[in-house]
Structure formats: structure tokens, C-alpha cells
Design a protein around this ligand. Structure first.
Ligand code: GUN
Ligand code: ZN
Length: 466
């Protein structure tokens, strides 16, 4: 029995801030001086220090002073084998894949290269405060073995799986539906539910998937109904035209996945920039999720996600934030929040500016505004809910896995500490929920992953900023 505790300032979410417009604090649990008690990696007690400490008189306490401690960040959509191609110049999605991505990902068929890349991948996640990610790999078995081996070594809650593509792809990088089925089956049996690993059936995207490949996914989902499904959807106009040409019996992108019964709980479509209201409605009805990847959508010029529309109470869709690294040019979800905020502001120029806005437009434009509480909800509890892992991670509730991140609001580019000091000065140097809310907005808009001081995984310190 390994009992330990961490004392500090904690913030997590008991509800969705979008459900408390004008009173977002009602969605927050804030402990200025809190104590988190952990046994064998699991949270066994949490609350104000004065109340919790007397119940555990012998516990060894680690004090984390002058930090904001949040549940570990969850990246809903990222690509392990793109760790080295982030920042590739000059192309939109389809030529970018052909020119930069497929040749690099192919190198992960070689074990040594895959091991090196995978180590970089996990080091970067932890340095960004990311403790859970839903991850694309490649269609090669070795790459996937290396991914699950390293995830197990790090003891991180990861979701991933063999990433299949058999259309619009160079032959050297193509799967066959039969090989996709067999290799996925091997990996599922070996890794799904092993330690903290969870398996996602991963058809890469509609543009790269034949009916036979999607039918193989359907068969695997029928045989293993508890699996996750991870893919891309409606990212880029040229891609969407290509999908509808390849699957000409479907009238929209979501219809391709629906045809094979893939859309439901534990399904995530990455991007969704060009989803129609009707597609949002169908995703919502099915309990399926979208991963909003703002940095990628800007970097690859894919478009502006309709955040306020996705969150329309009429057809509210579950959402995570994804870096989509290397379509996104940063590992840090803090950068994604910065970009998400800007995407929302641009959407509001369109909504508020071009016509006399209706009441509906105004409500949508309010939902587009990414306050810090909304933003960090998406990185924690909201992301966990969208992936159906909120019974495991995303809050400091008793029974959850003790993954968390300690943010230092004075760290970042040279502008960060002085910026933060103004917020504290305005608050009379009192660290209360309002001050922390303001500091968190500073962390997402002015700082970057340099603000991540420590990352803890299952109650163990996994990263300490030098
Ligand atoms: N669609 C299919 N593959 C990819 C990929 O690797 N990145 C992005 N952003 N979109 C994709
Ligand atoms: Zn992607």
C-alpha cells in the first residue's frame, strides 16, 4: 500500500462551463489550499487541506507551492509518427500528406527509428502537460508494437491503434483490408486493456479507405464492441470532394462512416471543419465526438471550426481538443487553446459582422468565445467525456487515476511574468478563483509549454522542468 499526498492549489471541473453562461464558476471546483491523497496511483481522498489532512495523519505530503494544479491534459487527436515532420512548409492537406507525411511515417516500419521517434513523442507530451492522447500510428505492426511498449513503460493512459489506408496512397505505404484486419486483431488481443492501453480501430480517413477496409473495421467493432474508433472527418474541401467521389453512394462525409456502423459512443472524428448542421445533429444523436484541432486547421489552411455551432444545445456534440501534431505545428495543447480562441474570434467576425445578427447568431457567437474555464474544461473533464474515459481521468474525483499538471504562471516567453504580475496586482495579490481564471487565460494566450513545471502520471512525478 503506497499512500502519498500532494498539497497545493487545485482546479478541476464538476460540470461544463458552457452550461453556466454568465456564471461559469459554478462548473469549477477550486481548492486554494487542497490536499490530494493517492494510493497506488489512484485518488483516494481530495478536498481542503484542513479537512483532509487530519484523516491521513501519517501520509507523506509533497508541497507544490505557487502553482495551479490541473488534471493532466488530454489530446484527443495526435499523430505519433509525425514527431519529426511538424513545421513542414507550404502545402494543404492532400499534397502535404504525399510530400511530407507518408515518406516519414514509412520509416517507422524500422524498429530502431520507431523507438527513437516514439521516445521523442512521449517526452514531448509530458513536457506539454499531456498525460493522455488518442493517437494515430501507421499501418505497420512494428510501429504499433513500439507505441504500446513505450506507453506501457511510461504507464500513461493512451488510446491508439493500427492506422489503415488503402486508397490514394503510395503502394509502399498501403495496407490491404485483410492485413489491416489480421494485424489489428493481433494488436487488440495483445494490448487492449493491458495496463492503461486502450485500442482504437483507426481507418485513417474516408479519402484513404475502401469499402473493404471500412468493412474490416465494422467486423472488428462487432467482434470487440468496447473498442474506440478514431479517424478524420471533413477537414479540407479537396478531401471532402474526393471522399464523395470515392464513396458516391454517400451524400456526406459522415455517411461514409455511418454506412459501416462506426458512429456511436467512443467514435471521434478529427477536425470536422466543414460538417453540416445535419452531420452535427447525427453525431450528437449517436453520442459521437469531434476533436477540434485549431492549430492544424490554421497551419494547413483547412478552415475555421464552428465551435459555437458544434455546441448548439439543439445538437450538442462531444468535443476534445487535438493538437493534430504534425498537422498542427506544436505539441502543446496550450498553443492549441491560443489558436482555438482566435478561431472563435474570427468566427464571430463572420457571425456578427456580415449581416444583422439574429438571436441565434448572438447565442452562437457567445459560445464561440473560449474563456479560460471553457478551454481548460475541454483539456480535462470535457476531453475525457468525449473519449468516454471520464470514469478514469479528467478530474480529481476519488477513484480517478492521479494524472495532473502543475502550471507556473510566471514562466513562458519574457513577457509572461510581467503580464502575470499585473493580474496579481489587480487582485491585490490574492490568489482566488477569479485571479486563477485570469492567470490561466494568460497561460493560454501569453505563455506556452514553458509554463508546465511538473507533470505527474499515476501519482508519480514524470516530468520536471529543468
Ligand atoms: N487525414 C488523413 N491523414 C491525415 C493526417 O495525417 N493529418 C491530418 N491533419 N489529416 C489527415
Ligand atoms: Zn490528424
Amino acid at each position: 500500500m503506497a499512500l502519498k499526498a500532494v498539497r497545493g492549489t487545485f482546479l478541476d471541473f464538476i460540470d461544463d462551463p458552457w452550461k453556466h453562461v454568465g456564471n461559469e464558476e459554478a462548473a469549477v471546483r477550486f481548492q486554494l489550499d487542497g490536499l490530494l491523497v493517492i494510493e497506488d496511483g489512484i485518488i483516494v481522498d481530495f478536498g481542503p487541506y484542513d479537512e483532509v489532512a487530519p484523516k491521513h495523519p501519517d501520509v507523506e505530503v509533497t508541497e507544490i507551492a505557487d502553482r495551479i494544479i490541473l488534471p493532466g491534459f488530454i489530446d484527443g487527436h495526435i499523430h505519433l509518427p509525425q514527431t519529426r515532420v511538424l513545421g513542414a512548409y507550404g502545402e494543404q492537406l492532400l499534397p502535404w500528406l504525399q510530400k511530407w507525411v507518408f515518406p516519414e511515417e514509412h520509416r517507422y516500419a524500422e524498429r530502431d527509428y520507431a523507438e527513437e521517434g516514439t521516445k521523442h513523442f512521449f517526452d514531448n507530451l509530458l513536457a506539454s502537460g499531456t498525460t493522455t492522447a488518442q493517437t494515430f500510428t501507421t499501418g505497420n505492426l512494428t510501429c504499433n508494437e513500439v507505441f504500446f511498449e513505450e506507453a506501457s513503460r511510461r504507464n500513461m493512459r493512451m488510446i491508439g491503434g493500427l492506422t489503415g489506408i488503402d486508397r490514394h496512397v503510395p503502394e509502399y505505404f498501403a495496407n490491404t483490408p485483410e492485413q489491416f484486419y489480421e494485424d489489428s486483431k493481433t494488436l487488440i488481443e495483445k494490448w487492449h486493456g493491458q495496463g492503461r492501453n486502450l485500442y482504437a480501430l483507426t481507418p485513417r480517413f474516408g479519402f484513404g479507405a475502401s469499402n473493404e477496409l471500412l468493412a474490416a473495421c465494422q467486423k472488428l467493432k462487432t467482434e470487440h464492441p468496447d473498442l474506440w474508433i478514431n479517424t478524420h472527418i471533413s477537414e479540407n474541401p479537396a478531401e471532402i470532394h474526393g471522399v464523395l467521389a470515392l464513396h458516391d453512394d454517400c451524400h456526406d462525409y459522415l455517411g461514409v462512416y455511418e454506412k459501416f456502423d462506426l458512429v456511436g459512443p467512443k467514435f471521434t472524428g478529427g477536425h470536422g471543419v466543414w460538417l453540416s448542421n445535419d452531420e452535427f445533429r447525427r453525431l450528437s444523436d449517436k453520442g459521437a465526438a469531434v476533436a477540434f484541432c485549431p492549430s492544424s486547421n490554421l497551419y494547413l489552411g483547412s478552415g475555421l471550426f464552428r465551435l459555437g455551432k458544434a455546441l448548439d444545445p439543439e445538437h450538442r456534440v462531444l468535443l476534445s481538443i487535438g493538437t493534430d501534431m504534425g498537422g498542427g505545428n506544436r505539441f502543446s495543447l496550450l498553443n492549441s487553446l491560443e489558436d482555438a480562441y482566435k478561431v472563435g474570434m474570427l468566427q464571430n467576425t463572420i457571425l456578427d459582422g456580415s449581416i444583422v445578427p439574429s438571436d441565434q447568431d448572438l447565442a452562437e457567437s457567445e459560445r464561440n468565445k473560449l474563456s479560460s474555464l471553457r478551454a481548460f474544461y475541454l483539456l480535462t473533464r470535457g476531453g475525457a467525456e468525449s473519449l468516454y474515459i471520464d470514469d478514469k481521468v479528467g478530474t480529481f474525483d476519488i477513484g480517478k487515476e492521479a494524472d495532473f499538471v502543475a502550471l507556473d504562471w510566471t514562466q513562458g516567453p519574457p513577457a509572461a511574468p510581467w503580464h502575470a504580475s499585473l493580474l496579481l496586482e489587480k487582485a491585490g495579490d490574492v490568489l482566488n478563483l477569479q485571479t486563477v481564471t485570469d492567470l490561466l487565460f494568460g497561460v493560454m494566450m501569453v505563455a506556452d509549454e514553458r509554463a508546465v513545471d511538473q507533470t505527474w502520471v499515476m501519482g508519480e512525478l514524470a516530468y520536471q522542468k529543468a
